[in-house]
Design a protein around this ligand. Structure first.
Ligand SMILES: [Zn+2]
Length: 132
């Protein structure tokens, strides 16, 4: 069983507590270890991501919501002490763990891996409708 490292916990600061609960439960379930790449972003960071093509929108869940929380996290597989972006099958396990954890915590989440236009494998967010 895996656990979140200090760096991952630090990167979750400012993220909505419901989403943090899901991530914390997921790390206990997942068959593939993962690390938190990013939670909350500043507008300047998001603008830079759009400029570089890493993000397609400034209407991002990584920015503060009306309640003052970040509502998205980017996770990455952690294999042999390094971030692994492939094979994509690693992310199937992480997505499964996140969805199972979300159901257990009764928190609705959306997985970027399910998006048709811009598949974003390590991205998870709280829905706008429930967390405006
Ligand atoms: Zn993201």
């Amino acid at each position: 069983m895996f656990s979140l490292g200090d760096r991952s916990l630090q990167r979750l600061q400012g993220t909505h507590p419901d989403l943090i609960r899901v991530v914390q439960r997921a790390i206990g379930l997942t068959l593939v270890d993962f690390t938190v790449i990013q939670g909350l972003r500043t507008l300047a960071e998001e603008q830079a991501n759009v400029a570089s093509g890493a993000s397609t929108t400034l209407h991002s869940r990584h920015l503060l919501n009306k309640q003052g929380f970040g509502c998205a996290v980017d996770l990455a597989a952690w294999v042999d002490s390094a971030v692994a972006y492939s094979p994509l099958q690693l992310y199937d396990q992480i997505v499964l763990a996140m969805k199972t954890a979300a159901a257990a915590e009764n928190v609705p989440i959306e997985a970027g891996a399910d998006w048709q236009t811009f598949r974003d494998y390590g991205h998870f967010q709280l829905p706008w409708a429930t967390y405006p």
